[in-house]
Design a protein around this ligand. Structure first.
Ligand code: 3PG
Length: 212
């Protein structure tokens, strides 16, 4: 329903992580994802087109939940808040950015990879954190080890980085995992090549696996 719960997160299990080179591609991309049963997207601030892309999606497709990814600077955080993103993420944990989004009461999901980073995030009031880069950091095995000492804290993680159609359920079956993110659902090349049917097919396939 396009809403975000500051405590529980975004309420979606799979988040397509996208890099958009031309803001004109944004609506077509999201229509393709919606067609495949996905109503959430993380638009990364890795291209100059990101802010414009998010604005267009929000205008044209209010049913789409739109997050900003790779938010690395205070300037980008302000841009996100001006546009009215539904949520935001980063690969790492930047205390100033955590606090800026908290002040604005917009869900921010910082990236963590180690026990100390998880404790730091918890201390700052973050319940949902991105576990990045998931596969390189040790994947399921690492998460199982982390879930031991931190299970009781209520921390929830969103593994991203190397997550695929093949391994996503292994992650999602873990109680500490809230959702997963990945670029396999819509690659940069597929987006700039307007391969909407391919993207719809990938989204649909993932939703089928998710729903069993
Ligand atoms: C991210 O920004 O979260 C990652 O680049 C996505 O990782 P993936 O390309 O391995 O899915």
């Amino acid at each position: 329903d396009g809403s975000v719960d500051m405590q529980k997160g975004i309420g979606r299990k799979i988040v397509p992580v996208v890099v958009i080179d031309d803001a004109d591609d944004a609506v077509g991309l999201c229509e393709a994802l919606l067609e495949g049963g996905m109503d959430v997207v993380e638009v990364t601030f890795r291209t100059a087109a990101a802010a414009g892309a998010i604005e267009r999606i929000k205008q044209a497709l209010p049913e789409m939940l739109v997050g900003a990814g790779t938010v690395l600077t205070g300037e980008q955080a302000e841009q996100c808040l001006d546009i009215g993103v539904d949520f935001a993420l980063a690969p790492g944990l930047n205390e100033r950015i955590v606090e800026r989004f908290a002040d604005a009461e917009v869900l921010f999901i910082p990236g963590v990879m180690t026990p100390s980073e998880i404790e730091w995030g918890l201390d700052l009031g973050c319940k949902l954190m991105k576990y990045f880069p998931a596969e390189s950091a040790g994947g399921i095995k690492m998460l199982k080890s982390i879930a031991g000492p931190y299970g009781e804290t209520g921390v929830k993680l969103c593994p991203t980085g190397g997550v695929s159609l093949e391994n996503m359920m292994d992650y999602l079956e873990m109680p500490v995992v809230e959702c997963v993110g990945g670029s396999w659902l819509a690659t940069r090349e597929q987006i700039s090549g307007h391969e909407w049917d391919t993207i719809t097919g990938q989204a649909r396939k993932a939703m089928r696996v998710l729903l069993g």
